[in-house]
Every structure is written in C-alpha cells, then in structure tokens.
Design a protein around this ligand. Structure first.
Ligand SMILES: [Zn+2]
Length: 460
C-alpha cells in the first residue's frame, strides 16, 4: 500500500472512535459566556479545551495550555515549529428550530448532528485523527505539526490575539474553518459611520439590525403627504414592496427586500437603499445625498467612488446596512469588502471625496487590510495537490469577501472543512457534518502533514 492508501484504510478503521470523540466535544455547550477567574471566555469554553487536551494526550501528543485561551498539541516534542493547524472549539448559541438535541451528537442517515459538528469541532477531530494517523502509521516525519485549538473564533478571535503575544505561529499554517479547495485571499474589510444633517421632512428611520448584512426591512416616518409618497412609489422597483400608511396624521413607509451576507450583497435586495431612493424622490435632501452614494440595486461601490477589482480577488462590494436618526442627523452604517489591489487608506480617501461632495461626514469604525498568501507559494501548491490527489477534484485557490480564523495571521490559509456544494446548516438549526466529510477531511489533513512534514520534503 502506498501512503495515501494506508492513510485511507487507517482513518476508515477509526470511524467509531472519531465519532465517539466528537460526541464528547459536542456535549460541552462552549458558547461564549461571562469571564470568570481563569476562564477568559467562560467556563464551558475551558471545559472544551480540557476535553480536547485529554483526547490529544490519550493519543500521545505533547500538549500545552495557553492560559485557557487556547491549547496546542505537537506531534513531535523536540522539533522546530513547522506546520500549524488552527481550529476552534467555541460555538455559536444553539438558536431555535432544532429537531435534535443541539448539544448531543445524533447520528442519522450518515449525518452527525450537533452544534459545532461542522464549525469547528468536527474539523478539529479530523485534524486530531490526521495527526494520530501519521503517528500510529509511523510515517517518516521529521518536521513538527502543531494543532492549535482556540475558544473565541465566533466572537472576535481574542484568543489568537492573546496566543500571538505569547507564541508565534508555525511558518506554515492552515485552518480547517473555511472551504475547499483553499482560500488564499480574504478581502479587506471596513465599516464606516456616515452622517448628514436632518432636514424638516424625515422624522425617524430604521434599517437593518446588523452592519454585515443586506437589510431586508427598512422603515421611516415622514412629514410628507401619503399621496405624494404613494405617487412616487409607483416609479420604484418591483423587487421591493412598499407599504405606506397614514395614522393620526403621521405617515409611515415600510420597505421589504431580501437579506444576504455583506460579503455577497448581490444576492440580496436592499430595503434601506430602496427606501432612501423613494424618500429622495419625495424631496428629502439627506436621502438624496445618501442615494447618490448608494443607489438602489448597486453593490460595487460606483456611487461612493470605491469601485475597484483585480483578477485574483475580484471586485469590491459594499452595503449600506443600518440607519437611524440621532442628534439631528441621519446616521447610517456601511460595510465594505475590497480586493488586494486596494488598502484601507486608499478606500477611505476615495470614499471621503465622494461623501464630502454631497455633504456627508464619514468616520471609519473598523478597518482590516486584505489577507493574501500567494497562490504560487510551495505551501499553497502542496495543499492543492493533496486535495486533488485525495478527492480527484480540481484544486484552485479561491478569494472570499468574509474573513476566516487566519485573517490576522501573517501566512495562514483556510483549507476545508466544507467541500464545494456541501450542506451542513452551519450556525443554524440541525447543524451537521456527514460521516463521509469527517473521514475525508481527516484523510486530506493526514496526507497534507505527510507531504509538508516528511523527511524528503525539499519543496516547501
Ligand atoms: Zn468556524
């Protein structure tokens, strides 16, 4: 048997043990909670770390606890850091709508249900078994692989900020907390607060609840006759439904669109920009200013001056997401995702010029530069080759608008754990990973370790 076949046979033989270990992790509801002494993200997150540490020790890895923010587990105890695999053990709250117990593993029809099954406890188990496989098969390794398990990915990755103050990451790093084939580009991200003085027609307005989503509803109260608004609404898009009501002399407008994540705004229908366009047509000056920058139906930033794209990472996208009346101003929040050809500074100066021209003030509230690991690096090429060898599918690197666990690292890429077209209800009710995906992930990671940490590896 060659290495690939030995790995495949070994992982298949450990199926039941993998599922049992995953069940142990899913049983701990590691949702972030208030910090207590020695538990920076709550007691359950530390319990999850301890459980994972037990599992790693049971298989003979060398573990270290980083002050209950994260743990690491090394295959070799003396070799230099070389390859790192970064997963997280915290999960999002269970939410509503489950037909299975969220914090018990339920196996049914080849699916393993439970909060964290795909994000990211299942992939963490796959990584543990990949390392165990390399160890127990005695594959010829002389460079170390270090598994790093954190507990704050879902709430800002303060775990890794802390970890990086105490420890540096290995020179090669991937996270099984994204998608295959491999994510080597994560666009830059900015969040901007925009404001314009209020005129005398708009009383109140509300848009979406989240800055990183296309708002599906928006509402306003205006000092304009219902008839004027209804007439103006006749010329507006049929993608958005307007509801115009008069109650006790006050006129209310509701707009209904469709939500989407801010990294893919073209999939949504923005109720807020539709409402602003309607208000602009009714003579609301501050709405005119915002509509100039954010015309309804546009998501590439043309109106606000930031349109740009490059071949590798694609085009910039933007969403106007939240609106309110505050201190005599119309205040909105904007989310921007931009390609590697731009920087936060460049985007900001272009936006500032466009905003100034229509009397809007801007203030950045969050800025994160693009993350990029070259597609032609030996590391990326090796991982993609492993993916192709094990799955038989073509391995091309991909760019995304969202950020993964490695966004703030120097050199990390996301490699799995979702396969193209996979369904898994991530962050939703009845989250699951298929047994097949779990095993295939472990096989891919074991092959990756063999390829990157092997004795005759001169390529990387
Ligand atoms: Zn995750």
């Amino acid at each position: 048997m060659n290495t690939k076949e030995s790995i495949s046979t070994y992982i298949d033989s450990k199926r039941d043990e993998m599922i049992a270990d995953l069940a142990e992790l899913i049983r701990i509801p590691s949702v972030m909670s208030a910090p207590t002494e020695g538990c920076p993200f709550g007691e359950n997150n530390v319990k999850a770390l301890k459980k994972a540490e037990d599992i790693c020790q049971k298989y003979g890895f060398y573990t270290q606890n980083c002050d209950n923010y994260a743990i690491s587990a090394d295959l070799l105890d003396s070799a230099e850091k070389h390859l790192g695999i970064l997963c997280h053990l915290d999960v999002v709250p269970e939410g509503n709508g489950w037909t299975k117990p969220p914090f018990e593993l339920t196996a049914e029809d080849g699916k393993l249900f439970g909060r964290g099954a795909i994000d990211d406890k299942g992939p963490a188990i796959a990584a543990i078994y990949a390392i165990r496989c390399v160890k127990e098969l005695g594959l010829p390794i002389d460079k170390n692989v270090r598994l790093i398990l954190g507990t704050n990915e879902e709430n800002g990755s303060a775990d890794m900020e802390y970890y990086q103050k105490k420890e540096s990451f290995p020179p090669l790093l991937f996270t099984p907390d994204g998608s295959y084939p491999l994510i080597n580009i994560e666009k830059g991200m900015m969040r901007i607060r925009l404001s314009h003085p209020l005129g005398d027609k708009l009383v109140s307005i509300s848009g979406g609840a989240m800055v990183n989503a296309v708002p599906e509803n928006a509402k306003a109260e205006v000092r304009i006759s219902a008839e004027t608004v209804k007439n103006a609404a006749k010329d507006h898009s049929s993608d958005v439904k307007f509801d115009i009501k008069e109650e006790n002399g006050a006129v209310f407008i509701s707009a209904y669109g469709k939500s989407a994540h801010a990294s893919t705004p073209e999939l949504g229908v923005n109720a807020l920009t539709a409402l602003l366009a309607l208000l602009a047509d009714c003579g609301v000056d501050e709405a005119k200013a915002f509509s100039k920058l954010f015309p309804f139906g546009e998501t590439d930033g043309t109106g606000c001056g930031i349109k740009c794209s490059d071949k590798e990472s694609g085009a910039a996208t933007t969403v106007l997401s939240i609106a309110e009346v505050s201190d005599g101003k119309l205040v909105c929040m904007q989310d921007i995702r931009f390609p590697v050809c731009e920087s936060c500074k460049g985007i900001l100066s272009k936006l500032e010029a466009a905003a100034k021209a229509v009397g809007i003030d801007i203030e950045p509230v969050m800025q994160s530069e693009p993350h990029h690991v070259p597609a032609d690096s030996g590391f990326v090429r090796t991982l993609l080759k492993v993916y192709e060898d094990v799955t038989g599918e073509k391995g091309e690197p991909i760019a995304i608008g969202g950020g993964t666990y490695v966004h703030e690292t120097e050199n990390g890429v996301a490699f799995g754990a979702e396969f193209p077209g996979d369904e898994n209800n991530m962050h939703g009710a009845d989250e699951f990973i298929t047994e097949k995906s779990l095993l295939l992930n472990a096989k891919i990671y074991a092959n990756a370790i063999a390829a990157l940490c092997g004795k005759d590896d001169s390529d990387v």
